[in-house]
Design a protein around this ligand. Structure first.
Ligand SMILES: [Mg+2]
Length: 125
């Protein structure tokens, strides 16, 4: 069954790039990809929709990605939702920290379609 996706980034252009990359990749994804501009908006979208995979930026005005992961993991209905971070942050402590907080994967910007495909593949079954 096609997976439902939510793309979270403060840049509308980056959301478009991520969305387009996913559509080009060989992944079974629902036609409608949800979008949010920061962590609070993303939490609202999670509340009203069944989302399989969240692709989330870290640095955003409003609620940032790290806070989003912590908050999302406090909500039992999100237990099965996979959260993959996509960020320019490449320091190990940031990557390890956000994974410890409950993120399932990490992609550094700039990314290639192959990277996105490889990172999402384990969660597509
Ligand atoms: Mg950003």
């Amino acid at each position: 069954m096609a997976k439902s996706l939510l793309v979270v980034d403060d840049s509308a252009t980056m959301r478009k790039i991520i969305t387009r990359t996913i559509r080009k990749a060989d992944l079974s994804v629902e036609d409608e990809i949800l979008e949010a501009g920061d962590g609070s908006e993303a939490l609202e979208k999670l509340e009203g929709n069944s989302v399989d995979i969240v692709l989330c930026d870290i640095n955003m005005p409003g609620m940032d990605g790290r806070t989003f992961v912590k908050e999302a993991r406090q909500i039992p209905s999100n237990a099965n939702t996979k959260i993959i971070m996509i960020s320019t942050e490449s320091a190990d402590e940031v990557i390890d920290g956000v994974k410890a907080d409950g993120a399932n994967g990490y992609v550094t910007k700039p990314f290639t379609p192959e990277t996105i495909q490889k990172e999402l593949a384990p969660f597509m079954e």
